[in-house]
Design a protein around this ligand. Structure first.
Ligand SMILES: [Mg+2]
Length: 271
């Protein structure tokens, strides 16, 4: 039986280039996915509105996963079955069914306040102006504004003893990951892998036989890469794999060009 291929992808440093956030070099593979009607699921630490912005630019109408697996957004009418009785914490708005796996942003902000009171040198997106977020991320001002509209994950800068910070966060029942030197994300027990698992189940219900591919470049992509049939790891901008390479991972190049080549090479082998 013909199996439906599903592709999950991280954005920053994976589909999008470092510094410029361009996906220009990935366009041939993006076109191929469209021709073959292969869903491309954006799965990022970015917010809902940031991902919607990229979906528009990519002409992508598939479900997406925001803020490190905090929220799964499924366009209404996308799946033929009723999502309401599957046992997930689900709500809806005018556009989506939303499965929330993350901790509410207000709780994360309270935790940041508490950590600051305890002397940890932390500065979260919520403590920064749009201009500051733009400066530290390299985003444009409008994109930085969208990056501050958070639901489930607070990115922050930290200087100091990482071990005691992680211990304090764990004691609060929260989770923290470092995505690059000095740059962290505070969140609940959600991760990209848990969100991928749910969406994979939904696609299986819709298509019975599926093959899953995921592409990522950072430590927060590992739970996602470990849940798919074909995990593809991209290099960091210095051309190495961040010490997170597992033996079964498919090795790819850097950001959008590496993303493009990996899919152009792999897809013909699966069909
Ligand atoms: Mg990334």
């Amino acid at each position: 039986m013909k199996r439906k291929i599903i592709v999950f992808t991280d954005l920053d440093g994976t589909l999008l280039d470092y510094h410029t956030y361009s996906f220009e070099k990935a366009l041939p593979a993006i076109r191929l996915l469209k021709q073959r009607k292969i869903p491309l699921i954006l799965c990022s630490s970015k917010t809902r509105v940031e991902i919607e912005h990229y979906q528009k630019r990519l002409d992508n109408q598939h479900p997406f996963i925001s803020e490190n697996g905090g929220g799964i957004f499924i366009p209404k009418g996308y799946f033929r079955f009723n999502l309401a009785h599957l046992g997930y914490p689900i709500r809806e708005d005018h556009k989506y069914f939303i499965i929330s796996l993350g901790v509410a942003y207000s709780i994360l902000r309270d935790a940041i306040d508490l950590l600051q009171d305890r002397g940890f040198k932390i500065k979260g997106f919520g403590d920064m102006t749009v201009k500051e977020v733009a400066q530290i991320t390299g985003l444009g001002l409008e994109e930085a504004r969208l990056a501050k509209l958070r639901d489930f994950d607070e990115p922050f800068l930290f200087e100091g003893d990482e071990e005691s910070l992680l211990k304090a966060i764990k004691e609060m029942g929260l989770n923290c990951i470092c995505t690059k030197e000095g740059f962290y994300h505070l969140m609940g027990k959600n991760d990209k892998g848990k969100a991928i698992k749910i969406l994979t189940r939904l696609y299986k219900k819709e298509f019975s036989h599926i093959i899953t591919i995921a592409l990522g470049n950072g430590p927060n992509d590992i739970p996602m890469l470990e849940r798919v049939d074909y995990p593809i790891l991209l290099k960091n901008p210095h051309g190495v794999y961040n010490n997170i390479l597992r033996p079964h991972f498919i090795k790819a190049g850097i950001a959008s060009a590496g993303w493009n080549k990996a899919l152009i090479d792999l897809l013909p082998l699966l069909e």
